[in-house]
Ligand binder design. Structure first.
Ligand code: HEC
Length: 125
C-alpha cells in the first residue's frame, strides 16, 4: 500500500520534472498545431492538393499547398475553413473545420510556404 503510493508520487514527481524541463512550452504547442494541421491537410486535402513542401498536386488544377498563402490571406482562409470553405470551385467539397483545426491547418500551411512566411507576418494578398 505504502509502496504503491510512493510509486505514484515518484511518477508524478517525474512528470513535473519532465514538464519543467521542456525547452519552451509555447513552442511545443505550436509544433503540435503544425503537426495536427499536416494531418488534416494530408487526410482531407491531399487527394487533390500537394499537401507537403514538395511534389505536384494529384489534381493538376489544385494549387500545391506550399504556394497557397501567396494567393490567399491566412486570416481569410482560417475564417473560410471554419464557416465552410467556398472558394469558387465546384469540385472542391465543402469543408467545415472547428476553429482549432482551422488554426492548425493554417499554422501548418504557413510552415511550408515558398518563399517562407516570416513569423508573425500577415501575408500580402
Ligand atoms: C476534390 C479535390 C479537392 C479537395 C479534396 C480539396 N481541394 Fe482545394 N482546390 C481544388 C481545386 C481543383 C482548386 C482550384 C480550383 C480553382 O482555382 O478554381 C482548389 C483550390 C483551393 C484553394 C484556393 C487557391 C487559390 O489560389 O485560390 C484553397 C485555399 C484550397 N483549395 C484549400 C483546400 C483545403 C484547405 C482543403 C482541405 C480541407 C482542400 N482545398 C481540399 C480541389 C480540392
Amino acid at each position: 500500500m505504502f509502496a504503491r503510493a510512493a510509486g505514484v508520487l515518484a511518477a508524478s514527481a517525474m512528470l513535473t520534472f519532465l514538464t519543467a524541463c521542456a525547452p519552451n512550452p509555447v513552442d511545443a504547442g505550436a509544433v503540435d498545431a503544425i503537426q495536427d494541421g499536416r494531418e488534416i491537410a494530408e487526410a482531407q486535402c491531399g487527394h487533390c492538393h500537394a499537401p507537403g513542401p514538395e511534389g505536384d498536386s494529384p489534381r493538376a488544377d489544385a494549387p500545391p499547398f506550399r504556394t497557397i498563402l501567396a494567393r490567399y490571406r491566412a486570416d481569410t482562409l482560417t475564417e473560410e475553413l471554419i464557416s465552410g470553405i467556398k472558394l469558387g470551385h465546384p469540385d472542391m467539397p465543402l469543408f467545415e473545420l472547428n476553429p482549432q483545426g482551422a488554426d492548425s491547418l493554417v499554422a501548418y500551411l504557413k510552415s511550408i510556404q515558398e518563399p517562407p512566411v516570416p513569423a508573425g507576418a500577415t501575408t500580402p494578398n
